[in-house]
Design a protein around this ligand. Structure first.
Ligand code: ADE
Length: 239
């Protein structure tokens, strides 16, 4: 996969791309991530990428020309162009999965009050990472890139498997423990030390359902629950 990030603040995105799993994925050649400075595609004396808003009002708007030019420099035919904006579709695991199947993604990070509306003609997707406003799309694009790169085949090792992720099966993840067995008086649940794999599997599933019921009951409505899960849920709800 190839990813291009168009931004006015390249340093805001470069650091996280050079750490941990994102770094490893690039080293392994599973993804190539390229950061482009939109300002490099301006041609006026002061290299301005923004301008006042037509119609008046406070705040500056990102000009369309440098963004179009930056895009043209990397755009091949088959590409999804993602604009990061609070007006976009709310990001979730299903969108991450869909994007992870693409060959080439271009992320445009907006800044200031907004971006000239005409840029949207070349945009295929508008994504928001939540109902709050960030200073720009940089951190948001990193969130999306992190979530989709870890889904690319070969990026995660077996020990980091995505099968057990929160949301993989529509439920939140179960609790995890490691040594020591007792920490500050808190003990690891005894079932996890039992060596009984079936008991452990059932306990984990029940904990997943319990957490989801407590923290995200909305997810339970859409989750695909098998009869065993339904029995666990009934028990938790005292039915
Ligand atoms: N830019 C500013 N706020 C944002 C958000 N919540 N999601 C995506 N891009 C943004």
């Amino acid at each position: 996969m190839r990813i291009d990030i168009l931004t006015l603040f390249p340093n805001m995105v470069k650091g996280p791309l050079e750490e941990s799993i994102l770094k490893r994925a690039q080293k392994k050649g599973l993804v190539k991530i390229n950061v482009l400075n939109i300002r490099s595609f301006t041609h006026n004396k002061h290299r301005t990428a923004d301008d006042a808003s037509y119609g008046g009002g406070a705040g500056m708007v990102l000009k369309p020309e440098p963004i179009f030019e930056a895009l043209e420099s990397v755009k091949k035919s088959d590409v999804r162009v993602v604009l990061m904006t609070p007006q976009g579709k709310r990001f979730d695991q299903a969108i991450a999965k869909g994007l992870s199947r693409e060959k080439h993604l271009i992320f445009i990070c907006g800044h200031y009050e907004g971006i000239d509306e005409r840029v949207k003609r070349i945009v295929t997707d508008e994504i928001s990472i939540g109902d709050y406003v960030l200073t720009g799309g940089e951190l948001a694009s990193l969130v999306v890139i992190d979530a989709l790169v870890r889904l690319l085949p070969g990026v995660l090792g077996k020990e980091e498997s995505i099968i057990c992720d929160s949301f993989y099966s529509g439920l939140l993840d179960y609790p995890h423990y490691t040594r020591p067995r007792v920490f500050h008086g808190m003990e690891v649940p005894s079932v996890l030390l039992s060596g009984d794999h079936e008991k452990i599997r059932l306990w984990r599933r029940a904990e997943s359902i319990k957490r989801t019921l407590k923290g995200r009951p909305d997810l339970l409505k859409q989750a695909l629950l098998n009869p065993e899960d339904k029995a666990i849920l009934d028990r938790l709800q005292g039915k």
